[in-house]
Design a protein around this ligand. Structure first.
Ligand code: ASP
Length: 590
């Protein structure tokens, strides 16, 4: 906090700003009782406001009636005090506190609020505080220093984004929250319309279509700190409502968007004191990432790269591998390095494998002279083992893990095993960060039961020929930080013909496309500029920069994993009359 507060009857200084240069003057401060100590007839209080702490001292002779009142003060009581700033004696200086050279000798105090005993301590960072309790008493939780630091960081990051974009002529424009469904691939939150019974608004999964319309509206460069809503199952890095830095630009190609976002993110990293390598950041193609890292958000900070062994281990008597190869699948493996893992630990990995659609992991330990200790070793010739070992760069003691499956499953399984082992054996080097752009994505992927779906979204510009839509690539890009996707976007389709073709591939006939996206197709008919953009996940970025595992710790009022809010009790049943007004009937008794 840079400026002193405007002096009023509560305060004329921030607690955390009182330094030695103020000694000899008087000051009025206000805040919360952080900690209190009684000491040889004196009462010491650490008083806290957002700027920090200052030590108050109450003296039985000098503090008058404030002394008696101070005896009754407890944690989190709210007071305003007037006092003299006094330099502490040498031995009493606290070098750990910015205000540690002085104390405020209180001459008068007004107690503004009491406080019941808080359900958890505010004055120390206790590990493992019950999160439901924290969320239920969020106002108290937000007072804790870690939370305040995180919220300050969040503000700084968002401000940096705004500043960089403002400098580059971007306009901040709001888009509606009550709108129509935008297909980002998740389920919509729906809001019934009272004025048009039977009709529903959808909360935006992103401002995608509006930002494209803004380009068609001639705004050239738009951004928004946008709230997005997706009704998905929640994991650590997901919330039903989350915040994106959303932007869009006209007359641009991939390089233009990437260059702007590199400028934004380099500033954000600097603001967060985050030691990421400076841009330009390297590009990795989707196919390469899947092949080498088994993921479209590869964590490249450690090895254990995936190696293709279909050729080396093909033509064996091992039915499991050979059956997969004959069916067009692959055999791939990682060299996990010299690891001690018991049979039980290895079996335990099957849980990871199965979670990603595989069946079981095959393993081998490399022994002296290149032999393998493994249930599958006997099926392969010495030459095959040697060839596989060579490809894997294996030496004595190394643990090799294999997956044989359809290529996407083998990739997912080994990608997950890489991460599991990295976690288990602490393979990610401390303080090392990696940023990369994932490029050259396929446009579509096959959905279960056949049919295609857009990997990014249906407004992403495809490249290639519609004669073989499943082979189309797209002009999409994702930004990946330390194995987490922190943002993504694309160059868009800007002609109605191509847009219609994409809808068609997705099984959306002309009539349905017109009904759902007529407004977009219509705007495209009147001169749409080539355009593209990106959206960055602000909650994720703040969490990573703040070193928090959960995005709930960087959102002032988040939801729990079940989508609830222990603070307000949302979501909650409503009274029948509200439903009636909306023309809605509930099938579930709350
Ligand atoms: N609308 C996309 C999303 O929210 C981002 C983009 O394509 O700009 O993921």
């Amino acid at each position: 906090m840079r400026q002193p507060p405007h002096p009023n009857s509560y305060r004329d200084s921030w607690c955390g700003h009182l330094g030695a240069e103020r000694a000899g003057s008087s000051a009025r401060v206000a805040g919360w009782v952080h900690r209190r100590r009684d000491h040889g007839g004196l009462i010491f209080i650490d008083l806290r406001d957002r700027s920090g702490l200052v030590q108050l001292v109450f003296h039985p002779d000098m503090s008058g009636s404030a002394f008696a009142a101070a005896e009754r003060l407890r944690s989190e009581h709210v007071v305003s005090v007037l006092g003299d700033v006094v330099a502490r004696e040498e031995g009493n200086v606290n070098p750990n506190l910015p205000t540690g050279a002085i104390e405020l000798a209180v001459t008068a105090m007004e107690v503004l609020s009491g406080s019941e005993t808080p359900p958890f301590p505010i004055d120390e960072d206790v590990d493992g505080l019950d999160e439901t309790l924290r969320l239920k008493h969020r106002a108290l939780d937000l007072r804790r220093e870690v939370m305040q630091d995180t919220m300050v960081l969040r503000h700084r990051i968002v401000k940096a984004m705004r500043d960089v974009l403002d400098d580059r002529d971007f306009l901040e424009i709001e888009t509606p929250i009550l709108t129509r469904s935008t297909p980002e691939g998740a389920r919509d939150f729906l809001v019934p319309s009272r004025l048009q019974p039977g009709s529903w608004y959808a909360l935006p999964q992103s401002p995608q279509l509006f930002k494209q319309l803004l380009m068609m509206g001639g705004y050239e460069r738009y951004f928004q700190i946008a709230r997005c809503f997706r009704d998905e199952d929640l994991r650590g890095f997901r919330q039903p409502e989350f915040t994106q830095l959303d932007l869009e630009m006209s007359f641009v190609e991939e390089e233009d968007v990437i260059e702007v976002m590199e400028a934004v993110m380099a500033t954000v990293f600097a603001v967060g004191d985050f030691d990421a390598p400076p841009p330009p950041w390297r590009r990795m193609g989707y196919d390469e990432a899947l092949l080498r890292f088994g993921s479209d958000k590869p964590d490249t900070r450690f090895g254990l790269e995936i190696v293709e062994l279909s050729e080396a281990l093909g033509g064996s008597d091992f039915k499991v591998f050979q059956g997969v190869l004959d069916a067009g699948g692959v055999v791939r493996a990682i060299n996990a390095g010299a690891r001690e893992m018991s049979r039980k630990d290895l079996d335990g990995l099957n849980e990871v494998v199965q979670r990603h659609g595989g069946k079981a992991v095959a393993w081998a330990f490399v022994e002296a002279e290149g032999a393998w200790r493994s249930p599958i070793a006997k099926f392969f010739s010495a030459e095959q083992l040697a060839a596989a070992s060579a490809l894997l760069g294996a030496s004595e003691g190394d643990l090799l893990l294999f997956a044989a499956d359809r290529a996407p499953v083998a990739a997912a399984v080994l990608g997950a095993l890489r991460l599991e082992l990295a976690e288990r054996f602490g393979l990610v080097p401390e303080g090392v960060h990696d940023v990369l752009w994932m490029v050259d994505w396929p446009m579509f992927e096959t959905v279960e039961g056949g049919g295609l779906t857009a990997i990014h979204h249906p407004f992403t510009a495809p490249t290639g020929s519609f004669d073989a839509p499943e082979a189309l690539r797209s002009r999409a890009y994702d930004l990946v930080l330390d194995g987490t996707e922190i943002g993504g976007g694309s160059i868009r389709i800007h002609t109605p013909d191509v847009q219609r073709q994409v809808f068609e591939v997705l099984g959306l006939g002309p009539e349905e496309a017109e009904a759902r996206f007529g407004f977009l197709l219509d705007a495209m008919r009147y001169g749409a500029p080539p355009h593209g953009g990106i959206a960055m996940g602000i909650d994720r970025i703040v969490a990573i920069l703040a070193g928090r595992d959960s995005i709930r710790d960087v959102i002032a009022f988040p939801k729990t994993a079940s989508g609830g809010d222990p603070l307000t009790g949302a979501p909650a049943p409503v009274v029948a009359v509200q439903l009636r007004e909306l023309g809605v009937q509930s099938l579930v008794d709350p």
